[in-house]
Design a protein. Structure first.
Length: 392
């Protein structure tokens, strides 16, 4: 089983690239599913499918080509199936605190339900071995990070808070009843959460296994988009997910760059050069700006071909996490994979959110997480092929 997540800023081409990758994998004979994690689903549009067909299918996979299915999760359907008691508790809670019943039900769709529903499907497909490849078409960056953070957060909640909350609810229920109408969650709520958690067990391990799951960041050769791509790159690293490609989409071809677009093309070339500095050694793939939207099998086939050329789209293109953030004995540490260097060569500079690592003529910008951005690097040490940077 192979899982590939396509993430990136809104509108950069995630859905197009996910669909093209799925189609390319299916063409190789692999049983493939492309799943949309975005509430504003647009997979069906990329495949030029009748919306009604998707709606009728209630969020289940729909076959779109040989070996290829697409799935757009329908959160309303999932609530019935997975969230019964949890959902009912929140709906009652909101209702007794003064909200109209319909509105309370609407609001009880918690942020994260969609993502957890997707995780439940992924786990089920894994256990039942339904697919060779699962492609995840993510929502824009912020939400896709929530998706990858959910398994860890849930595990933490179940281990640390859950037992405590359950005991408190048990003791407090008879007392609280006399003072307020606000219900404390009953045993059904806790049982439902526990069942849900059981069904999610193991999914985190799969998502952080670099041999199974990799992230591909889709970006455009523009300053602001690249900035967000760097940020996403850092966050996925922090969640121990492995990034095996950066896909630069919408590059103006030389022949389109005469006259009006000349300046755009020049700026794009500079940004592509910059992307190299930011993301190497993670390989970068390039996709031209087409003269039309990428809709339908023919256009997707072409995108897939030009993107991967002769390579297998399901290969793991890069295997090492390029950097690892850790906290050890209260000290933050950043580990950067840098083969062939010695300590004398390394120069560090902290500029705003960025740490600039200069080694001879080579320069790498690493965007730092908030906890680190305000600290100065206090030391750097080479350990085999790794550079360890500690922070004050
Ligand atoms: N290389 C390209 N050339 C021409 N059009 C493109 C290219 N890549 C994507 N598009 C078009 O741009 C639009 C947005 O692309 P897409 O839906 O794939 O982006 P997205 O990142 O999934 O957006 P969202 O964040 O809204 O989900 C679509 O109409 C798509 O057909
Ligand atoms: Mg999309």
């Amino acid at each position: 089983m192979r899982i590939i997540l396509f993430a990136g800023k809104g509108g950069v081409g995630k859905t197009s690239v996910s669909s093209a990758t799925g189609l390319a994998a299916a063409r190789k004979g692999l049983n493939t599913l492309v799943m949309s994690l975005d509430t504003a689903h647009s997979l069906a549009d990329a495949f030029d499918l009748d919306r009604r067909l998707m709606d009728k299918n209630k969020g289940q996979p729909v076959a779109v080509a040989d070996n290829l299915a697409i799935q757009e999760i329908d959160v309303v359907e999932e609530i019935d199936k997975n969230w019964g008691e949890v959902y009912r508790y929140f709906a009652t809670l909101l209702n007794v605190t003064g909200l109209d019943e319909v509105l309370a039900e609407e609001l009880a769709v918690l942020p994260g339900m969609e993502e957890v529903s997707a995780l439940l499907y992924i786990n089920r497909y894994l256990r039942q071995d339904n697919y060779d490849v699962i492609i995840l078409d993510c929502a824009p960056t912020g939400e896709s990070l929530r998706f990858v953070s959910i398994p860890t957060a849930l595990e933490w909640y179940m281990r640390k808070l859950f037992q405590l909350e359950r005991r408190v609810a048990k003791v407090a229920r008879p007392v609280v009843k006399h003072f307020t109408d606000v219900p404390l969650p009953g045993d059904e709520y806790f049982d439902a959460l526990e069942r849900l958690f059981k069904r999610l067990e193991g999914v985190e391990k799969v998502l952080t296994d670099p041999a199974v799951t990799t992230v591909r960041l889709v970006t455009n050769p523009e300053k602001i988009v690249l900035r967000e791509t760097q940020r996403a790159f850092m966050y996925f690293c922090m969640y121990h997910m492995s990034i095996d490609a950066v896909i630069i989409n919408r590059i103006l071809p030389a022949r389109a760059a005469e006259g009006y677009f000349e300046h755009w093309r020049q700026a794009q070339l500079e940004h592509i050069e910059q992307a190299k500095q930011f993301f190497s050694p993670v390989p970068q793939f390039e996709v031209p700006f087409y003269d039309n939207e990428v809709v339908g099998a023919e256009a997707l086939d072409r995108l897939g071909r030009e993107l991967y050329q002769a390579q297998d789209p399901t290969d793991v293109f890069f295997r090492r996490p390029p950097y690892i953030f850790e906290k050890e004995n209260g000290h933050y540490r950043l580990q950067v994979h840098l083969p062939f260097v010695s300590s004398e060569d390394v120069e560090l500079a902290n500029r705003g959110e960025d740490l600039i690592v200069r080694i001879g003529g080579f320069k790498q910008h690493i965007m730092l997480p908030r906890q680190l951005a305000s600290r100065n690097p206090s030391g750097a040490k080479i350990d085999q092929d790794r550079l360890n940077i500690t922070f004050e």
